[in-house]
Design a protein around this ligand. Structure first.
Ligand code: ADP
Ligand code: MG
Length: 713
């Protein structure tokens, strides 16, 4: 995702030397050396400095008495240095520097291990502020606390008797120096800051200048949070502007291909299905049909929990395009999945005379010939144009050599496994085809709006009825014998099982693989006489396919696999899943894995086996045991592990936010979306190049330098 410069408007309006572009060297006290140190903190301009977010705040109006510090707690204390000294031991190879602070209530020992140079840093008699975790009571001791020397001298200070900012540290820069520099920057340049969207952000949000002042020097700690929220809102507005601008451009420039269809394939297709579509599926199909016959290219995200039946919905959308004479491309993240869907679509579409082809890195297969079956050229004039069909495949579809005819609809399955660029590459194979992306990873709303804000969203929010229940059990490794006993009984009853081990990481490829191979041998014994297959990323596609076919045809009763089975596999008779080392997986991923079972009418069992079953693991896995709802689980995962982990590596579209918190700022994200729309509406209502009064800041100081100033020539 390309992120617009956060304060694009501000930069334009501010002329050449606003804080946005002014180098930090313009501040007094910043020479080449300081500039280099600041650069390590990614601070290049005065604005960078003003946006440098404190890591925490210290309320220096009320210090804890040293005598009142309790072990384990992190706290700030202040006092006078009464003694210090360096001790060396192990023949001088190791050392500890110790300093004793006294505040009238008690003494605090501060220690630094193997940092002998600390000896020169302090003097007896000096006032010192320290911050750290108290580790011992007798005597009261902190190891490696942060320190700040209190400079003598009266008068109000930015370092004392107030809430002070503590910044992410970098070597060579003291907190005091950085704090003073920020103060200087605020004094000199805050008044010239331009509100990037004047009149847009409503109360009670503070203005941007006030926010920056409060970010660094809040009167009360709560003011720092109010400031963060305003600055986060600005970030989110910037993101939303980019997203919505792209969307509006697309709609202004393009027309949607007419892909609404006429039901001539749809009717026989639905009649032949062994089930009826659920209400949720039907509702989504109505939304898709409206888009496909609408004035603009469809850009839609289809969310549906694992097993909710997205494939058949995608098939229906494909039929609408095909009925309208347009081709369809369907991209899946793995070869195994592409082949499975290919088999499904052949089964569904070939009776209708629709060509279904497969494209993978191994090459392409077209399974029915392209001669029109029902209508041999009515008029002799028709040039032998290939009949539009559906092409399924992996990334291979992106290759330059693949050029589908009359591309009307692009479908991307398990969208979160692809990057946004790949999505766009595929779309560019046609002339503004419709786009449907599907995901079973429920995306919490904050992420959805941020990552997919340019997409409309449809949700399949109910599973097909006649599904058995999936019961989830949490067990420790010690109970494995009992687990295998249970699995054996289920296999004997004609069911099938998956046994999953953590993904093979690059580094531990060897050991991970060994685990699967070893376990396979052991399991064959434990589960005898049942036939056990194995599936992992190191196999060739042909091997994988052979194993899966054997499993589908029930020649194998169980599959030992890595998490490559996480996406999309559909074998309804598999009702048991054992996940070993379950604590190593994220919750959302476990939910995906669990989605492989419970696809038929019988009850299913998912057994999570943790190596160590401590309260933390039990609590985390408990979320899964208690919830079937993927959205709930994803929210929990987002809170526990953060957005990067939740979405996985392929999803590189996450914006770098300084102030915004994608796990907690839903209200801000939603507000930003509305405000960004308002900004764009306003832009659209006014001719682009006429300068806008009100874009100049309140003090008017920048106006003389501004190239967009109405008074400027
Ligand atoms: P996902 O949404 O995870 O991709 P699938 O499309 O693989 O789910 O569907 C899961 C299973 O449910 C498939 O076997 C599919 O045939 C079946 N299915 C889909 N829709 C229905 C329905 N309306 N009633 C019964 N079974 C359905
Ligand atoms: Mg699927």
């Amino acid at each position: 995702m390309s992120i617009p410069a956060n304060h694009e408007t501000a930069r334009i309006n501010a002329g050449q030397d606003g804080p946005e572009t002014l180098s930090v060297t313009a501040l007094s006290g910043v020479g080449a050396e300081r500039q280099a140190q600041l650069a390590r903190l990614k601070i290049h301009t005065v604005e960078d400095l003003l946006l440098h977010r404190p890591r925490r705040y210290e309320d220096r109006r009320h210090f804890r008495a040293i005598a009142a510090l309790t072990p384990g707690e992190s706290a700030a204390a202040t006092g006078r240095v009464v003694a210090q000294g360096l001790k060396r031991f192990r023949r001088g190879r190791q050392s500890v520097f110790e300093l004793i602070l006294e505040d009238g209530t008690g003494r605090l020992h501060c220690r630094w291990w193997n940092m002998p140079f600390m000896e020169g840093a302090f003097q007896v008699g000096q006032e010192l502020i320290v911050y750290g975790r108290l580790r011992d009571l007798k005597p009261r001791t902190m190891d490696h606390p942060e320190t700040e020397i209190v400079e003598p001298g009266g008068g109000p200070s930015i370092h004392q008797n107030r809430v002070v900012p503590i910044y992410p540290a970098t070597e060579g820069l003291t907190q005091r120096w950085l704090r003073a520099l920020v103060w200087q920057a605020l004094e000199r340049h805050a008044p010239t800051l331009v509100d990037p969207w004047p009149g847009v952000v409503p109360p009670p949000f503070v203005g941007r200048e006030r926010a920056l002042r409060d970010l660094h020097f809040p009167g009360e700690p709560e003011e720092a949070e109010a400031a963060r929220q305003r600055l986060a809102l600005d970030e989110f507005i910037g993101l939303q502007l980019g997203i919505q601008r792209r969307r509006r451009n697309l709609q202004a420039r393009t027309r949607g291909l007419p892909c609404g269809g006429d039901n001539r394939f749809m009717r026989p297709f639905l009649a032949a299905l062994p089930f009826r579509l659920t209400e949720a599926q039907t509702r989504v199909l109505r939304e898709l049909r409206r888009d496909l016959s609408g004035p603009h290219p469809m850009r839609r995200l289809l969310q549906g929990d694992v097993g909710s039946g997205k494939t058949v919905v995608a098939a229906c959308a494909s039929l609408m395009a095909l009925e309208s004479g347009f081709g369809v491309v369907y991209m899946a993240p793995t070869e195994v999945l592409a082949r499975q869907q290919w088999a499904t679509f052949r089964h569904w579409f070939e009776p209708l005379g629709i060509p279904v082809s497969l494209h993978t890195s191994k090459g392409s297969v077209l399974t029915i010939d392209t001669e029109p079956a029902e209508a041999p050229s009515r008029s002799g004039s028709s040039t032998a144009r290939p009949r539009p069909g559906i092409a399924l495949g992996t990334h291979a579809l992106l290759e330059a050599g693949f050029n589908p005819a009359r591309l009307g609809l692009v479908i991307i399955d398990e969208q979160h496994k692809f990057g946004v660029t790949q999505r766009e590459e595929l779309v560019r194979k046609g002339r503004y085809p419709h786009l449907l992306v599907m995901t079973a990873t429920p995306i919490p709303r904050t992420l959805g709006l941020t990552l997919y804000g340019d997409l409309d969203v449809s949700v399949i929010d109910a599973l097909p009825a006649e599904r058995g229940r999936v019961r989830t059990h949490i067990r420790s490794q010690a109970s494995l014998p009992k687990v295998w006993e249970f699995v054996r009984a289920e296999l004997a009853a004609g069911r099938q099982a998956y046994i999953v081990y953590p993904r093979l990481e690059e580094a531990s490829l060897q050991t991970g693989l060994k685990a699967v191979l070893q376990e396979h041998a052991q399991l064959e014994r434990a589960l005898a006489p049942h036939a056990i297959g194995r599936l992992h990323g190191q196999q060739s596609p042909a091997e994988k396919e052979a194993v899966l076919r054997a499993f589908r045809e029930r020649r194998l009763q169980a599959l030992v696999a890595t998490s490559i089975i996480e996406v999309g596999l559909d074998v309804p008779n598999a009702t048991v899943m054992v996940i070993e080392n379950a604590e190593r997986f994220g919750l959302a991923q476990l939910h995906q894995l669990r989605g492989r079972i419970g696809r038929g009418a019988a009850d299913a069992h998912c057994i999570l086996v943790a190596t160590v079953l401590n309260p933390e693991t039990r609590g985390r896995l408990g979320v899964l045991a208690e919830n079937q709802d993927g959205f709930r689980i994803a929210e929990a995962d987002l809170r526990l592990r953060g957005p990067g982990e939740l979405l996985g590596q392929a999803q590189s579209g996450l914006p770098a936010l300084r102030f915004g918190d994608l796990a907690g700022d839903l209200a801000l994200v939603e507000l930003a979306r509305d405000l960004a729309a308002r900004v764009l509406d306003r832009e659209a209502a006014k001719p682009a190049d006429v300068p806008q009064p009100g874009t100049v800041n309140a003090t008017g100081r920048r106006s003389a330098a501004s190239t967009r100033d109405p008074k400027a020539p």
